[in-house]
Design a protein around this ligand. Structure first.
Ligand SMILES: [Zn+2]
Length: 353
């Protein structure tokens, strides 16, 4: 313990969080991994990086902070909350890189638009997302509305924090794994069997150099697919697809497995559906019921009831064909779904209440 120089912990929504200790060498390695992830995302020395993650026990804030400083960026440690202040700081300090959860970046974007802030003229160039999975549709929406380039990166407190993998500028929606620091495997989550390359399964990580809390074959509960095919950017490290889902996000509805990511996939293919939704589960006289509250994009919201009904029915039909389950769809006007500072809460399960 006398070699541990810092503690972080997982969010620990239930019970005690998982605590990890870092030696000086661990922090140095972490900083290096983050610097590589940043360079892959096109961040360069001299960039001005504004942090919208909280600086607490959560690894996102301090992890990225030291990597950004290490690369030679000017850090603006704004922290979480106070969206209007964030926008003011961006303008005053000429921020070029924003570090946030995708849902909070979207919130900053919307607040800025309401305040009349011109994102096109803003110096902001790069969005570095993390803390929650980001759908390609949400990413594309943020990119077009804020006029920035967004990349996702991935990591877990238990093996280090952010810096396990990140997107390069070429291979969108796939992330290069820092293979010289992490040994990866993809396993069948039920049997534990290691799957061949290209199969979708649970990602298992072994940090190769960790000293404070060494860990072997950590089961991430995240489902993905990994490829070792060469990338157009020239890097030779393996790439993982965006996380499909967490094995523990799986919902069992009327005996059928449902992943929120399946719903996101359906919504992202529908023109006029926004990325903002809430899935409500309840139980009526012993029967599970699934209701999707879906926010529409402003251009597809109309007062024409027949048109809205057609849209509603087409969403319900598409969901039914993918999930093999009936879903009650309710359409909401733009801006109805509550935006969160941190991770978006997409599922409300009232079945045990
Ligand atoms: Zn690449």
């Amino acid at each position: 313990m006398d070699q541990i120089v810092r503690l972080h912990s997982s969010s620990g929504t239930t019970g005690k969080p998982i605590v990890v200790g870092y030696t000086k060498e661990d922090l140095e390695e972490w900083r290096y991994c983050i610097m590589c992830v940043l360079q892959m995302a096109g961040v360069v020395p001299g960039d001005r990086a504004q942090m919208a993650f909280g600086y607490g026990m959560f690894t996102g804030g301090f992890g990225l902070h030291y990597g950004l400083e290490g690369l030679g960026c000017m850090m603006i440690p704004a922290g979480s909350g106070n969206t209007e202040r964030h926008i003011m700081m961006m303008e005053d300090y000429g921020t070029t890189v924003l570090i946030a959860t995708p849902s909070y970046a979207m919130h900053i974007c919307e607040v800025g638009e309401k305040l009349g802030y011109n994102w096109e003229k803003s110096s902001l160039r790069v969005g570095l997302f993390g803390g929650e999975p980001c759908t390609p549709k949400l990413k594309a929406e943020i990119e077009s509305r804020m006029h920035i380039f967004c990349t996702d990166n991935y990591g877990l407190t238990e093996v280090m924090g952010p810096g396990v993998s990140g997107e390069c500028l070429t291979s969108r929606n796939q992330q290069h794994i820092m293979e010289d620091h992490f040994y990866w495997e993809v396993i069948d989550p039920k049997t534990g069997e290691v799957l061949p390359e290209g199969a979708t399964g649970e990602l298992v990580l072994t940090p190769l150099n960790k000293k404070g809390v060494p860990i072997l074959r950590y089961r991430t509960h995240d489902l993905t697919t990994v490829t070792t095919a060469p990338c157009g950017c020239g890097r030779t490290t393996a790439r993982m697809d965006k996380i499909r889902s967490r094995t523990d996000d799986m919902l069992i509805v009327r005996g059928t497995n449902v992943y929120p990511s399946q719903i996101e996939d359906v919504l992202s293919a529908i023109d006029g559906a926004s990325p903002h939704y809430r899935l409500v589960l309840d139980n009526e006289s012993g029967m599970d019921r699934m209701t999707l509250m879906l926010e529409l994009e402003s251009q597809s919201f109309t007062d024409s009831l027949p048109q809205m009904e057609d849209f509603r029915r087409s969403v319900a039909d598409k969901l039914k064909s993918v999930l093999q389950l009936g879903v009650v769809v309710k359409l909401l006007e733009p801006g109805s779904i509550e935006r969160f500072m941190g991770k978006a809460k997409h599922v409300e399960d009232n079945r045990s209440k």
